[in-house]
Design a protein around this ligand. Structure first.
Ligand SMILES: Nc1ncnc2c1ncn2[C@@H]1O[C@H](COP(=O)(O)OP(=O)(O)OP(=O)(O)O)[C@@H](O)[C@H]1O
Length: 352
């Protein structure tokens, strides 16, 4: 397995900068997921590492070696794309063996390796099946076996589970992580899906317009998004311009307590849904806190034990709150909320 390093890599397409002096290290055996909105440069990052596009500036190093001038098939990098592009006229074995045959491996060794990989991805005994007779999830596993067969030093996945339905994705992503851990594979994956990144990655990298907006463990990034851009990208919506003074932020919702140590001054304030706490009498008619009307409810979380409530406050923009299913008020109900400093994040103020 190989480590990967990008040093100030810039890629331009005509006048458009797709990657802007990106620096990134992926350690041996590490699983890194690149997240970001459409057009932020995720695919370009994979392409420049694979050698499908040349950097206009900067260097790509694999296992410490500068890859300038090294053609894609000599980089020891495996690629698996969203549409997995299996060869429809070949059977499962023919697909998995593709990279090995290209390398001129002897037939006997190839066959043994194909069987080993099909076992590994949970499809033993399928060597002779036409790929058209497999389900989407099974085809995905064949594509994975094909990418792993030549023992790439680095495996790159571009939206690997993009086409599958949610429950299958959630299952496969857990299996993928266990498999990569067992094999010690170094992985650089790209996904739109935050949940997928959270489940798969040791570290996530959030891209914004060709630059890295934040990198950290999934927990760190979700706990402490570095900017309003990252917070919104992760799906947080309770974000307002605010001014902190002495442990309290002045916001359009009124005063909101901030965590200890937050510096005074202007900021963007994020309140995670868990930090919007329902208080007081169930009818909300009396008591303390910001009066709100419940406008919508949605189920969320794996076991659907949590409800996401959309609230229309008496002042300030709409609020999202999370609360346990059994105590969730109905749409139309009047409630009051208070804010919990533990789930408040002080972000740099909006620049634009
Ligand atoms: N071959 C190309 N020629 C010109 N511009 C390109 C080319 N490929 C990508 N771009 C531009 O470079 C930028 C980054 O594209 P890229 O495909 O890397 O983004 P992405 O984050 O992978 O997006 P998506 O999630 O939609 O796949 C975009 O502005 C895109 O329009």
């Amino acid at each position: 397995m190989a480590s990967l390093r990008l040093e100030a890599v810039t890629v331009r397409y005509g006048g458009r900068t797709a990657l802007d002096a990106v620096g990134l290290d992926v350690a041996e055996h590490e699983i890194v997921c690149v997240l970001g909105p459409s057009g932020s440069g995720k695919s370009t990052l994979l392409r420049v590492v694979a050698g499908l596009v040349d950097p206009d500036a900067g260097r790509v190093l694999l296992a410490g070696r500068d890859q300038r001038g090294v053609p894609p098939h000599r980089r020891g990098v495996g690629l698996m794309f969203q549409d997995h592009q299996l060869f429809p006229t070949r059977d499962v074995g023919g697909n998995v063996a593709f990279g090995l045959r290209m390398r001129g491996e002897p037939r006997g060794r190839t066959e043994a390796r194909v069987d080993e990989l099909l076992e590994l991805v949970g499809l033993p005994g399928t060597r002779r099946r036409p790929v058209g007779t497999l389900s989407g999830g099974e085809q995905q596993r064949v594509a994975l076996a094909r990418a792993l067969a030549p023992r790439p030093g680095l495996l790159m996945l571009d939206e690997p589970l993009g086409q599958l339905d949610r429950s299958l994705r959630e299952r496969l992503v857990v299996e993928l992580r266990l498999l990569f851990r067992r094999l010690g594979t170094t992985v650089l994956a790209v996904t739109h899906d935050q949940g997928e990144a959270f489940a798969l990655a040791d570290r996530v990298v959030v891209m914004e317009a060709g630059r890295i907006a934040q990198t950290g463990s999934p927990a760190e990034v979700w706990q402490r998004p570095a900017s309003e851009f990252v917070a919104r990208f992760l799906g947080f919506t309770n974000i307002v311009p605010a001014t902190v003074h002495g442990g309290t932020a002045d916001t359009p919702w009124g005063p909101v307590p901030v965590p200890p140590g937050a510096p005074d001054g202007p900021c963007a304030l994020l309140v995670r849904p868990a930090g919007v706490r329902l208080t007081g009498a169930p009818d909300g008619a009396s008591g303390e806190g910001l009066p709100c009307t419940v406008t919508a409810r949605t189920l969320r979380g794996g076991g659907f034990s949590e409800i996401s409530l959309l609230l229309e406050p008496e002042r300030g923009p709409a609020l999202e709150a999370s609360c346990p299913l059994r105590s969730a008020p109905e749409p139309g109900a009047a409630v009051r909320v208070r804010f919990a400093a533990d789930d408040v994040v002080v972000l740099p103020p909006r620049t634009a």
